[in-house]
Structure formats: structure tokens, C-alpha cells
Design a binder for this molecule. Sequence first.
Ligand SMILES: [Ca+2]
Length: 202
Amino acid sequence: MARNAAEARTPAVARNAAVFRSGPVRNGNFETGTGSASSGWIGSINNGWSVGISSGTATASYDNTVSHSGSQSMKYNSTVSGTGSISITAGGTIAGNITDAPKALHVIAGQQYKFSYWLKTDSIVGVGTRMYVWERNATGGAVVEYAVNTEVTGTNDWQYLSKTVTMNANTKWVLFILQSAAMTGTAWFDDISLITARNAVV
Ligand SMILES: [Ca+2]
């Protein structure tokens, strides 16, 4: 009994530490879905990812031949040059239709979060590719936006990229944007993750 009681107690250090807890991003491993698109939902709205292109040409597709986890990733082939940019957005369009956002993208204001993903690139020339985050308020208005990493170019095997931030007081939702700007080449994204530090002091 004594041993069980001791095991049941949570050490003070653990209670007070910033304990990171995984939170799923809807289809963030890209294992669900097939098909490709140059605009709009990729395959199906139910798979949670859409693509928008401001100028240039590009195709986003579920790739079942290259993956970091499981058997699929999101492939992103771009021939954009000049000032064009292309974005693959989770849970809504680039215009930010929050009503379409999966519940997994709901966040708590003042809470610390870690965004991360895996990226593989082939022959990217130009400004490059990165993940971008938009914080939105309850009605979908922009609160703040920032990049998870500086743009990646060239040919690189899978690499882990991340950024830890504290949500602004008015933030209710986040949108993930897999962004490419003024580039040619191919990028693969996998294992998009949003991790919370629920006990963090903020
Ligand atoms: Ca995967």
C-alpha cells in the first residue's frame, strides 16, 4: 500500500515543470488522403489541407513514395519564380475561414506551444520554403504571424525544424502554412506537430 501511495504522488518538480504534451494536428502526418491540386482542397476537405497560389504554378500532392513517418508525405512541386508564393494551409484557406478549422488547431491564449515538422528538399532554387504560423482571434482576425524557420533551399534529406512560442492574449486558433516563395524545386513535408506545455508559467 505504501509503495502504491508513493507512486501515486506526483513529484513537485514534475508538477511545476513545463511538461510538453503532444497534440495532434489533423492529418499532420499526411497518412490520410490521395490526389493532388493546384488550388483548393487537396484530395478532400476531410483530409484537412488546401493549397493556394498567388502567382506562378505549383502542385501539391499526397506522395506515397516518399515519407518521414508511415508511408506518405505532402509533396510540393513549384515552378514559381519572381515574387510568386505558394501556400499549403491546414484547416482553411489562405483567407482564413476559421469555421473550417479542425478542432486540433484550437489553442489557449497565454499558453506556450512548440510547432515542429520535418522537411526534405530537392533542387530548390530561389527564396525557398518554410513553415509559417498565423495566430487568429475568435472571429478569424489576424493577431500575429511568424515563421517557424528561415527559408530552406538546395537538396537536403529529412530535417527537423521547430519553434516555441507563447500564444497572444487574443489568440484562439492557429493556421499552419507550408510556404514557398519565389522558388523552383520540390519540397516534402511530414509530421506537422503542435505540442503544448500545459504547466508552463506564462
Ligand atoms: Ca507521413
